[in-house]
Design a protein around this ligand. Structure first.
Ligand code: CTP
Ligand code: MG
Length: 175
């Protein structure tokens, strides 16, 4: 029974990325990450949705929970608890960086309130998976099944959690 184990491991592996992706909606606010600056095209670089507090809070929260997990759980994707610890941080940093890159691209495409499915849902995870490369056993983590599972799960979970955040009054738009 390899599959159920793999799925459970992947769910645990992804926790830092999901935490850092969802906490900014609670922790965010204050000075925008782009310091209100505009790009050459006259649009905001990132926009009001990306704040310094949200970025740092997201990275810290994800890395914190990743660090806790590394103390109690042994995942096959990491060689050691130390790699797991660093991996949690890299997943969180990659998540928040990917989230900001997504907003940068959206602003360039003048999508100020419009939704961009790919950029809004799975893009952050792709960047997080690239960031985590130095910390993982690549041949164990990056199997076609694992990659597909992570992307599909995120494509489903992200819209669902955003819809809930919107309904709960935490987020202005449901995406
Ligand atoms: N947030 C934040 N700082 C970040 C990321 C998110 O403060 N670095 C907060 C903002 O309040 C934001 C909310 O979390 O409105 C939801 O994040 P997200 O959906 O990524 O931002 P959007 O407001 O939809 O902006 P964008 O169009 O740029 O995605
Ligand atoms: Mg958004």
């Amino acid at each position: 029974m390899e599959f159920p184990d793999t799925i459970l491991n992947l769910l645990i592996f992804l926790i830092p990325a999901y935490i850092s992706n969802s906490l900014p909606v609670l922790l965010g606010g204050g000075m925008p990450l782009d310091l209100n600056a505009k790009f050459y095209d006259g649009e905001r670089i990132l926009g009001d949705g990306k704040t310094i507090r949200g970025f740092l809070g997201g990275v810290f929260a994800g890395a914190f929970f990743g660090g806790l997990l590394s103390l109690v759980i042994d995942l096959p994707f990491y060689r050691s608890p130390m790699d797991h610890f660093i991996g949690g941080f890299l997943l969180s940093l990659g998540t928040m960086t990917g989230d900001s890159i997504g907003s940068f691209i959206k602003r360039r495409m003048k999508m100020n309130s419009g939704k961009a499915f790919f950029l809004d849902t799975v893009f952050f995870l792709i960047v997080a998976l690239i960031f985590v490369i130095p910390a993982v056993r690549q041949s164990v983590l990056f199997t076609p099944f694992n990659i597909a599972f992570c992307l599909v799960l995120t494509a489903i979970l992200h819209p669902v959690t955003n819809w809930i955040a919107n309904r709960a009054g935490l987020k202005k738009v449901p995406w």
